[in-house]
Design a protein around this ligand. Sequence first.
Ligand SMILES: [Zn+2]
Ligand SMILES: [Zn+2]
Length: 219
Amino acid sequence: MGTRVFGDGTAAHRHARPPIPIVLEHLSRQGGYAVPWISLRHRDGTAILGVVDHDRVRTALVDRWCQTCGRPLRDRIVVLARHQDFAFGWVSEPGMHPECAFYSTSSCPMLTGVLPRHRSHAPAAMREPCGNPLCDCRAWGPPDDFPGRAEQPAERWFAIWLDPAGYRIDTDPVTGRPAVSLAGIRPLTIRPLPATGATADEARTLKAGFASLAFLAGL
Ligand SMILES: [Zn+2]
Ligand SMILES: [Zn+2]
């Protein structure tokens, strides 16, 4: 498997490309990667990897589609979350099929530990309008992680496995946008993404937290 310069082309972005699974063969490709369905893109289709299109995020959440392949979710749903998401009780990005989550977590540089810090500036393809007068890119604001998370250390990530009843979409009161509510969920399991520094002990503690909340709610 080859390596390729990902994102802005700095050495830290060098990253082995995982094979693209059959379930993602319908997606466009960029630099050897399948472009997630929710990625922001210029009118000619050029995607900004790592930046989401909020209209697509909303559609995927409300219609219960997988954020990676853009197809309806089924009986097992994987939601990726950080400690801060557990603390606030909301996840802003849609869930995924397990096989799509596997591809995402093995290709996204923030999830494979390739990038120790958040990027210091917006991707070049986002900063510079593409020149097509019909493209929305002139109106794009900065990515959500700017400037707040710029250059902050990368977070530890966990995969929450849910059944369809546990995958509830509501309006996050802070952002005013639809999001996955973690309130009162009973995860099937919570697994760490070890490449991000997350550990099995932390995942167990997080899962136990939901179990004790469910117990208290049942008293
Ligand atoms: Zn454009
Ligand atoms: Zn999928």
